[in-house]
Design a protein around this ligand. Structure first.
Ligand code: GLC
Length: 703
């Protein structure tokens, strides 16, 4: 390969500009492909369309190196699954795997080789629109979903299935700590300690790497003052050094160019040299490495060894995908839209991803024989409930509306519909046995560059709820949203509140399945709901502080609390109700004391919990296990999720869940930049229960 051909492999151009600033680069992409000076193209799909471009690269360039086609297939290609934050609510990683398997099959058959997914950014920031794309505030839950999604897209961790027509390469993003942006403002500064970087933000990326993820994507933010796109500590030392990652790192859109705006690079040449030297391997959209690479090599700001390594990483993925042997997509096999099985999977996973926040007087489940029901609100008849980053399907296949879902579930009922006019909604509710009020966020308020400084219900929606409440008709509020919301005083007036998130293609069917009891709401919150925006950040895995609030002494002044706000979240991490009741026993430990070196030899402490369905309906419970290292050289969160299992039980049935805790569950990373993980002697409380608020624990002593 010539130097210019090598520099070309490092370049990715955008066919359309729909996912970032600036327009598409279609003409430049075609010319570069023909000259053999292009490695990859994003935002292109369609078997014929992509084959046309691929043919230029393979048959008209000197070396015929095939192009890699990437697309954001985040929670669906044709079949839009629930947003990832909803999927995380299922506490069932198979939900993510099934999304990825369907998405990979649909995308690959339409010419896509590589998805920029899973997004595994942990975040404590509900103002941040991209919290919708991740799995919430906990690293352990996010790590489980990261691994599941990678396996769903790629298959076996060794990449041996990537050449199959139903697999695509995955991309763990955004590396790293993007979810920690100050103020939740997208692209903003992130300044975290090494221990918080390693204990909170890195674990899901390590899980993705361990699952064999083919690529990583750098994040737009700085990490400790160094932009992630030029951060040798995160890319070279941790990802490629400590973890031995052999795939490649792609920039996020114009992230290389943005090193200049960050004040980290002097100009484009500087940006390209700094990024590649720090461990980036492919530049998306901006073209600094391609434009200045020869000069950078000449003046030593880029070594040929580094360039060769980047090119080799990229070519290895193209070989693994089988692109050199079969560069073209079989146009006759292209999947044209959501199949019935895909829709069924989308419906089932959406039903598992909903969280019943409140259900006074057991208003839910509704009876399918209800005589009259009002379905009102701005999103009652919406067919655009796919959510942010919903893929090409969102533009072609409307979601099932909640109004239609209710009509199908209660065929004998008189269903009255009204939109967002309070008086009309009240009129519909007044003469009905029950009302379903559908409020929340337009998907445009969710996702990238969609940060809200006020995360209450959008204007007019609380008035609509009040108008319905004033009629005296019992009502359930269905929330369709992409972030935790501040739920106002209306909450007490709603007998039931169902968090449906943005449920995807099968929204209406899945919501009706839960409302009428065909599906038991077994989802739990993967993220805290604050009482007020001024309370942010508020999250469950927090440190205790030296002056923690004591609920038994609410008037104590000199403690960590607000003068003007009730302490604690509106709804905590792990919260969720169902249509039956469960008991969760105290944890039984296989041993109360364990020697540290026993654990370090790989042995575990087993925690057994018995769950019983004490109600009259079959239902789901999510048993949760939290760890609290009470005294440590680095203050530990009051709770750290280290086990969860969703169980389905018949009335009266019981089951025992066993969690196995090892060093990785009981230890933590220190502030050593070289990466030191420690397991310290002393008391560790092991909590089990139905949410992060559980107070049931047994003590394990490490000696
Ligand atoms: C966007 C997003 C990233 C996405 C990329 C390509 O800026 O930050 O998540 O994968 O561009 O569309």
């Amino acid at each position: 390969m010539t130097v210019r051909e090598k520099l070309g492999q490092v370049q990715q151009l955008a066919w359309t500009g729909e996912t970032g600033p600036g327009g598409g680069q279609t003409a430049r992409a075609e010319a570069a492909a023909r000259a053999g000076l292009l490695g990859s193209v994003l935002n292109i799909h369609g078997a014929r369309h992509s084959n046309d471009l691929q043919r230029i690269a393979v048959e008209e360039s000197r070396l015929g190196i095939p192009l890699l086609f990437g697309l954001d297939v985040i929670h669906g290609f044709w079949t839009a699954f629930p947003i990832p934050l909803a999927q995380a609510s299922s506490f069932d990683p198979s939900v993510a795997r099934r999304d990825a398997e369907v998405s990979a099959r649909e995308a690959r058959s339409n010419g896509v080789h590589w998805t920029f997914s899973p997004m595994v950014d942990v975040s404590h920031e509900p103002r941040w629109g991209r919290i919708a794309e991740g799995c919430g505030e906990d690293p352990y839950l996010t790590a489980a979903f990261a691994a599941a999604k990678v396996r769903g897209y790629q298959g076996a961790p060794d990449g041996g299935e990537l050449q199959r027509g139903d697999r695509i390469a995955a991309c763990a993003k955004h590396f790293v700590a993007y979810g920690g942006a100050e103020g939740g403002r997208d692209y903003n500064t992130v300044d975290v300690s090494e221990q918080r970087l390693r204990n909170l933000y890195l674990p899901p990326f390590k899980a993705a790497a361990d699952a064999g993820v083919a690529t990583f994507m750098a994040s737009f933010n700085t990490v400790g003052g160094v932009p992630a796109h030029g951060n040798t500590h995160t890319m070279n030392e941790i990802l490629k050094g400590e973890w031995g990652f052999e795939g490649f790192v792609v920039s996020d859109y114009t992230g290389v160019e943005e090193l200049i705006a960050h004040g980290f690079a002097a100009d484009g040449a500087d940006a390209g040299g700094l990024a590649l030297t720090a461990g980036l391997d492919m530049e998306m959209v901006s073209t600094n490495v391609a434009d200045h690479g020869e000069a950078l090599l000449a003046d030593g700001r880029l070594t040929m060894e580094r360039l060769d390594d980047a090119v080799a990483r990229i070519l290895r993925l193209k070989f693994a995908l089988g692109l050199f042997d079969a560069p073209y997509t079989d146009e006759s096999a292209a999947i044209a839209g959501p199949t019935a099985p895909a829709r069924a999977t989308a419906r089932e996973t959406a039903g598992r991803s909903m969280v019943l926040l409140r259900n006074e007087d057991s208003l839910l489940p509704l009876s399918p024989s209800v005589a009259s029901i009002a379905v009102v609100g701005p999103f009652a008849d919406s067919t655009a409930l796919h959510g942010t980053w919903a893929g090409p399907g969102a533009h072609r296949f409307p979601s099932v509306s909640i109004l239609d879902g209710v009509r199908e579930a209660a065929p004998g009922a008189e269903v009255r519909h009204a939109g967002q006019i309070p008086a009309e909604a009240a009129a519909a509710a007044r003469t009905s046995d029950v009302a379903v009020v559908v409020v929340g966020e337009d998907p445009e308020l969710s996702g990238e560059a969609a940060v809200r400084s006020d995360i209450g219900l959008p204007p007019g929606q609380e008035e609509l709820i009040a108008a319905v409440a004033a009629t005296g008709t019992p009502f359930v509020v269905v929330l369709v949203n992409g972030r935790p919301l501040v739920l106002g005083d209306w909450l007490e007036s709603a007998a039931a509140v169902l968090e449906a998130w943005h449920p995807g293609l099968e929204a209406g069917h899945a919501v009706a399945d839960v409302l009428f009891g065909a599906v038991d709401p077994g989802g739990r919150l993967p993220v805290t709901f604050p009482r007020a925006v001024g309370q942010i950040p508020v999250y469950y895995n927090h440190e205790n502080t030296g002056r923690p609030y004591d609920p038994t002494r609410p008037d104590e002044r000199f403690v960590s609390k607000y003068l003007d706000l009730e302490h604690g979240p509106r709804f905590p991490f792990g919260h969720g109700l169902g249509y039956t009741t469960f008991t969760v026993s105290e944890p039984e430990l296989s041993r109360d004391t364990v020697a540290r070196d026993t654990l370090e030899r790989g042995e575990t402490v087993n925690v057994r919990v018995t769950v019983t369905n004490t109600g009259a309906r079959t239902g789901d419970e999510v048993v949760q296990l939290y760890v609290h290292d009470v005294t440590a050289s680095i203050t530990q969160p009051v709770r750290r999720l280290r086990g969860f299992e969703r169980v389905t039980l018949e009335p009266g049935a019981s089951t025992t869940v066993t969690f196995r805790l090892g060093t990785e569950d009981l230890g933590f990373w220190t502030n050593d930049p070289a990466g030191t993980f420690v397991l310290e002697r002393g008391r560790i409380d092991l909590y089990t229960g139905k949410s992060s608020m559980t107070r049931t624990y047994r003590t394990l002593t490490i000696v």
